[in-house]
Design a protein around this ligand. Sequence first.
Ligand code: PAF
Length: 290
Amino acid sequence: MQTVNRIETLREAVDDLRRQGTVALVTTMGALHDGHMALVRAARKQAASVVVSIFVNPTQFGPKEDLAAYPRPLAEDQAKLAAEGVALLWAPDVDAMYPPGHATTVSVAGVSEGLCGAVRPGHFNGVATVVLKLFNQVQPDLALFGEKDWQQLAVIRRMARDLDLTRPHASRIIGVPTVREADGLAMSSRNSYLSPDQRRSAAGLNEAMRKAIAQIEGGANVGAALGGLEADLLAAGFGSVDYANLVNADSLAELHERPRHPARLVVAARIGTTRLIDNMPVGPEERDEP
Ligand code: PAF
């Protein structure tokens, strides 16, 4: 696996790969866990070559979020990616990504605004801007993102449709199902911040979500099921719930009735200082092709 950190070298290396066939991009901020590796494995099945980016993007961190403390185990990440057959690692530094004078931001109205966007103002502008830059830098045939960050996936798909992206085309932005620990907790770099007690409580999120989904799909009142979910989370040891909503899977518009179209139960809740997010399908599901 080749690691590059200059845009000119990246372009030459990607040109070489493109001559051999299709190129898939997996964007990450590093500190790779099994959830990331599932994206890489899915990418390997769908493209001749896989390019992974590692860039801890400062513009998606809020002023109270600790950018400096974000883990950066580059050598370990490189070993994991090489073992999975990744062809190229794009690991620019901040100056390569945002050269002095950088002044353009991508803002996706609507889907960016509620849920995590309401709690983390500016976060999705940072995500959309860096992802568009990564798409333009690598120009992949397809790009894969974890469904765990459902709102992020919705924002990136909306951006690709609105800006008529071709590399990748919106239809080639692939969502990969969330990878979970044995007790159902969605894998996340943030799980490592949990104490053993908090880690045990965190498993209650999956359980409470599955219970609420069974109730909604069984015809229960949506508001009552979501209220029960919040109560279950607090009883499991969560300190607060930022949101627990039923939303349209594509527009993220809030739903108050049992869905007839693909929908998602989306939750963000806090244990101590750690904020966990998760989402699951409710009702008829639309799946990306494997
Ligand atoms: O999901 C992430 O790791 C980041 O938000 C992304 C998509 C790599 C953009 O920095």
